[in-house]
Write a protein that binds this ligand. Structure first.
Ligand code: HEM
Length: 467
């Protein structure tokens, strides 16, 4: 039964609670319908576990920004928590271990040059491989899924381990397979069952594979960390792992920093930084092909601003309001992380007048803000004008929060924004992307998962100078 003054919600069935609402084929549609019935803050029960779903900018701001630390926890004793052993950063509950590691990760990604040259250099190096792949496809039709996935994966691998992998490399294919299997499990009915029904976790059901794959990853990253220990020069870090080893040298015995934490945090950063970025790129090129006038206008701006220069730099974004508007609009419609990552209240608190007890799971419905009526000029269509003012200048409405908001917001935002900008501009400058004549009507409805991804599509590639 719902506690007193708890947000309203649909009737709760015994054992499963409202499990079936979230396990439906299209949970986002289901959540949208519940919002219409119960308002911007409503509750669901995942088995016996109470969860609150937050919709709309007002409620989102109250929870994530105004009462930020009240809602900065992560639910524990769920499949993700058990697989990740409450280590790393992403699934660690609010507290000193999370704080120290989050601060370290943010600082390190920044020192490596977020906004500065060295991070940019790493991204540009990888983009050259994407360009080569596309050059081989000129005049032909190709599927971009693997190409964008490999690019995002290699950029984060370069940052973490200083390595990139050839697209056909067996090691990275194996690692990607482990990740894909784990995400599938975490996103599927087995994880829901694990999280909702007591004692199911003891049964030998398919979610056991997630634990097995985690072990495999830890072995794999152990090899990389050992290699770094053999070859590093203390104080002269080459990548994230070296920075962490430098930090370990400085820490006291009782510190939360450890080699196991290092292996787990690299996992978190890799998994959080790959599908998110590549799915956004896939969404971007799907829309650009099907809005050729938008693609043309981007190319005009790029040609004008870069005028004879060798390559684009991240700084150029300030002179490219239209390009910026397009990339932000892509992120808005892509809604890449549709339910963000689940939060948890850290103490008894309130939200929009309701009482929220400590330990309540909190689910952010991102679409309810990214497409909220009243916040956008054109909430339901792809239109870069959503980010342009009357003077054609770039403006960012506060409802733009694909990276979430508050203390838990995405810590890779800087890296992601740099990747999206440099990749999109470089490719649009060189190539024209065309929706193939035989492809029929485009289907913009994404496939639901922890991240949303467009249905597989193909693109025709032309060299712009040949037009
Ligand atoms: C377009 C790309 C990306 C999108 C849309 C995105 C979105 C998000 C969202 C919505 C969250 C959950 C925030 C919350 O719980 O309130 C998150 C968390 C996180 N993201 Fe990203 N992300 C992207 C790229 C990246 C990249 C490139 C990295 C790696 C460097 C990264 C690392 C993380 C980490 C580690 C967290 C967990 C933070 C914490 O629990 O403190 N993300 N991201």
């Amino acid at each position: 039964r719902r506690p007193k003054n708890f947000p309203p919600g649909p009737p709760i069935s015994p054992v499963l609670g409202n499990f079936l609402h979230l396990a439906s084929k299209n949970p986002l549609k289901e959540l949208g319908k519940l919002r219409q019935t119960y308002g911007n803050v409503y509750s669901l029960f995942l088995g016996t576990r109470p969860a609150v779903v937050i919709n709309g900018l007002k409620a989102m701001k109250e929870a994530m920004l105004v009462k930020a630390t009240d809602y900065a926890g992560r639910p524990q004793d769920m499949l993700t928590g058990d697989v990740f052993q409450r280590k790393g950063v992403t699934f660690v509950d609010y507290g000193p271990v999370w704080k120290e590691h989050r601060r370290f990760a943010v600082m390190t990604l920044r020192n490596f040059g977020l906004g500065k040259k060295s991070m940019e250099e790493r991204i540009h190096q990888e983009i050259q491989f994407t360009v080569k792949t596309l050059e081989k496809s000129i005049g032909k039709i190709m599927s971009p899924q693997v190409m964008f996935h490999n690019a995002a994966s290699n950029i984060i691998c370069k940052v973490l381990f200083g390595t990139r992998y050839e697209y056909e490399d067996e090691t990275i294919k194996k690692v990607v397979r482990w990740f894909t299997e784990m995400t599938k499990i975490a996103n599927g009915p087995w994880a829901m069952l694990y999280d909702s029904v007591p004692y199911v976790s003891y049964l030998p059901l398919p979610f056991k594979k997630a634990f097995k794959n985690m072990e495999l990853y830890l072995d794999f990253s152990n090899g990389l960390v050992n290699e770094h220990k053999r070859t590093r020069t203390p104080g002269e870090p080459r990548d994230f792992v070296d920075c962490y080893l430098d930090e370990l040298d400085k820490q006291r015995e009782d510190s939360s920093f450890s080699e196991e934490q290092l292996r787990r945090i690299t996992f978190d950063l890799y998994i959080a930084g790959t599908d998110t970025t590549s799915n956004t790129l896939l969404t971007g090129f799907l829309y650009l092909m099907n809005h050729p006038q938008v693609q043309d206008r981007c190319q005009q701006e790029i040609d004008q601003v870069l005028d004879g220069r060798n390559r684009v730099s991240f700084e150029d974004r300030h002179n490219m309001p239209y390009m910026q508007a397009v990339i932000h609009e892509v992120q808005r419609v892509a809604n890449t992380a549709p339910l963000s990552l689940f939060h948890c209240s850290t103490k008894d608190t309130e939200l929009m007048g309701y009482d929220i007890p400590r330990g309540t799971m909190v689910i952010q419905n991102m679409e309810s803000v990214l497409r909220e009526e009243g916040q956008w000029k054109f909430p339901h269509e792809f239109n870069p004008e959503n980010f342009l003012n009357e003077q054609g200048e770039f403006v960012k409405p506060e409802a733009f929060m694909p990276f979430s908001a508050g203390p838990r917001m995405c810590l890779g935002e800087g890296l992601a924004r740099m990747e999206l900008f440099l990749m999109t501009v470089t490719l649009l400058r060189k190539f024209k992307f065309i929706w193939p004549e035989d492809a029929g009507e485009p289907d913009f409805t994404p496939v639901y998962g922890i991240t949303l991804v467009p249905k597989p599509y193909r693109m025709k590639v032309q060299l712009r100078s040949e037009q």
